[in-house]
Unconditional design. Structure first.
Ligand code: ADP
Length: 608
């Protein structure tokens, strides 16, 4: 084109030219047109292909980013899994190490305890054998002996457990009749079951020959039975049974006690484990049960739920394989029968005895503790100055407190069924018992526990071990502060009386009582029963409560209120003596005059 334009415009041009385009002639014009169209089509296809390639490239770029992100997440996840796994393993190892350290420490302490324990046990035994002891002395020494046995057993249990763990505990196999022994083992618990009103049932075949390590099977059964006793309330049931299968024997101890929370059941056979609702103990007993069952190639299982009781099922082979003991093993029972006098519990006293007690009768103390020996000891030190009643757990203690309305309650904190804090809260919230001072005994001297004790309304808190002098003076002080209240009431200080009371329930009670009496003063029919009905207390409860708070019986208090009103009427109105007598509910003026003289030392007529 440029060449053609140069020729036409007469501009210089190169003469020698090679034309790159084809010569368009009439003949080839059509073909060239078609070719041109084809070229345009191809060009547009190329453009679209380019577009697609670009789109694919963009997609590829995105995918690459996703891939990288995905890779990073996978790496992070893997890291997290490894970290969690390592933490779990470390935690497990740490727990294991802690448990081992604990066991090592306990083992050390146990070894150290053996000698002093022997040195307590032997002289006590010697003293008991020598005789010439008073009843009280021998009761006390027996108590020492029993408790040394408890400690010796605990120490023995820890040392045994250590031996099992080190693989140093031998199996001593012998043939024996399991039914026969189970009968004997259960009998050991008869006395304490009777005291706690727990029914024990044995379900075994007539005979049940087995080959096993007798003392280990005994330890298994003893641990399960003593746990069942510990965690079953008054009035509960325990069944101890054995069933024979083809090759195994199944020993079951089931109770209808407090049970174990569902999520904690799986841990009960672990060393040192104690459920959240447990009270006291070491957490060794069941671990030893499992260890002994394992040594017999047996199995342990437990079915339980909170408040649903617990069933422990031990399955052992009927005929344990292994070498029999060379010589027949002399059988020494693990526990000797608790022969403490069951009748020492004076819990069912009749109502007339309670009310009929005269003016000079001793104040009554209710002792609530799950340990028999602590109860016996407290009874010994308090018995000379006070009347003493006992209960073995919080729930029964509460029931008894409602019934007998004692003057002071001394209760342990750690108790199965209902602990001391809960008991104290309930006592302080009920009209019949809210005025009773409560002393809590606990094994912990921790300030936080002390605070919890006072929060629950306790009046005093004594840490175990306590001296008998401290306890006696606490009881006496609490009774004294009640006597101080008596004076407040005796002075007829009216509305200010309530200020001497710290407990809301007591304040309500006093103002309720005063209102009933004031409203019904002229009603000669107003009786103690009627007042009790209005306040919602039984005759005994009203009597004991009014007496504790005011120092008077309800009848005396009613009479005092009537006479005080009469005096007021005589001094401020012109009414005649008989009118006043009737107005304050006396049915005869002569009886009114007699009472008036007794109360104020002068005849009603002399008031004017
Ligand atoms: P200890 O009784 O000394 O605490 P154990 O190993 O004997 O130790 O028992 C471990 C825990 O299992 C106890 O602390 C208690 O929480 C629970 N437990 C055992 N037996 C029973 C039972 N019969 N009823 C309810 N809880 C039980």
């Amino acid at each position: 084109m440029q060449l053609a334009i140069s020729i036409l415009e007469g501009k210089p041009f190169r003469r020698d030219n090679y034309l790159t385009g084809a010569l368009v002639t009439r003949d080839n014009a059509r073909v060239l047109l078609l070719q041109n169209e084809e070229v345009v089509k191809q060009a547009s296809r190329l453009t679209s292909l380019h577009g697609r390639v670009d789109a694919y490239l963009a997609q590829y770029k995105h995918q690459k980013i996703y891939m990288i992100l995905f890779g990073v997440i996978i790496v992070l996840l893997l890291g997290l899994i490894v970290y969690t796994y390592r933490t779990i393993v470390m935690k497990h190892r740490l727990e294991e190490e802690t448990a081992n350290a604990k066991l090592q420490f306990f083992t050390g302490v146990s070894h150290e305890l053996r000698t002093p324990l022997t040195l307590i046990a032997a002289p006590v035994e010697h003293l008991l054998e020598m005789g010439h002891l008073t009843d009280e002395q021998s009761t006390m020494l027996r108590m020492v002996q029993r408790n040394v046995n408890v400690l010796t057993q605990l120490v023995g249990e820890i040392l045994d457990f250590r031996k099992v763990q080190n693989g140093k505990m031998p199996m001593v196999l012998s043939d024996f009749d399991l039914s026969d022994y189970m009968r004997q083992w259960l009998a050991v618990f008869n006395a304490s079951a009777m005291k706690q009103k727990i029914s024990l049932r044995l379900e075994v075949p007539e005979t049940l020959p087995v080959r096993a390590d007798l003392s280990k099977v005994e330890r298994i059964c003893y641990n399960l039975l003593s746990n069942a006793m510990k965690y079953t309330q008054t009035g509960g049931h325990i069944v101890f049974s054995a069933k024979k299968h083809d090759e195994t024997v199944e020993i079951v101890v089931s109770d209808d006690g407090i049970g174990i929370p569902k999520d904690e059941v799986k841990h009960v056979f672990s060393r040192f484990f104690q459920a959240s609702n447990a009270s006291g103990g070491t957490g060794i007993g069941l671990a030893l049960v499992k260890a002994y069952a394992d040594m017999h190639h047996g199995k342990v299982a437990v079915e339980s739920g909170e408040g649903k009781g617990a069933s422990f099922i031990i399955t052992l082979p009927l005929k344990q394989k292994g070498e029999m003991a060379a010589a027949p093993q002399p059988y020494v029972p693990l526990i000797v029968e608790d022969t403490e006098d069951v009748s020492s519990l004076n819990v069912s006293r009749n109502i007339d005895e309670l009310i009929g007690s005269g003016e000079d009768s001793k104040p009554e103390v209710l002792i609530i503790d799950d340990n028999n020996d602590i109860r016996t000891y407290l009874r010994t030190i308090l018995g000379s100055s006070y009347k003493v009643s006992e209960a073995a757990d919080g729930k029964y203690g509460l029931e008894l407190a409602r019934r007998i309305v004692p003057d002071v309650i001394v209760s342990d904190v750690m108790m199965p069924v209902m602990d001391g804090f809960e008991l104290c809260k309930l006592l302080k919230s009920e009209a019949a018992t809210s005025h009773i001072p409560v002393i809590l005994l606990t094994a912990h001297g921790l300030d936080s526990q002390r605070a919890e004790g006072y929060d629950s309304g306790a009046d005093a808190y004594i840490a175990k071990p306590f001296s008998s002098r401290v306890l006696c003076s606490r009881v006496e002080n609490l009774l004294k502060s009640r006597r101080h209240l008596h004076r407040l009431f005796a002075n007829q200080a009216d509305e200010t009386e309530e200020n001497g009371l710290s407990n809301e329930a007591d304040k309500t009670f006093v103002s309720q009582l005063r209102k009933i009496i004031q409203d019904h003063l002229s009603d000669s029919e107003l009786s103690v029963e009627k007042i009790g009905e209005e306040i919602g207390l039984s005759r005994v409860q009203l009597y004991r409560k009014v007496k504790a708070l005011t120092g008077y019986s309800p009848v005396e208090m009613l009479r005092k209120a009537r006479l005080a009103r009469a005096r007021h009427l005589l001094q401020t109105t012109e009414r005649s003596i008989s009118e006043v007598a009737y107005a304050v509910g006396f049915s005869t003026p002569s009886y009114f005059s007699k009472c008036y003289k007794e109360e104020f030392g002068i005849q009603p007529g002399q008031e004017r």
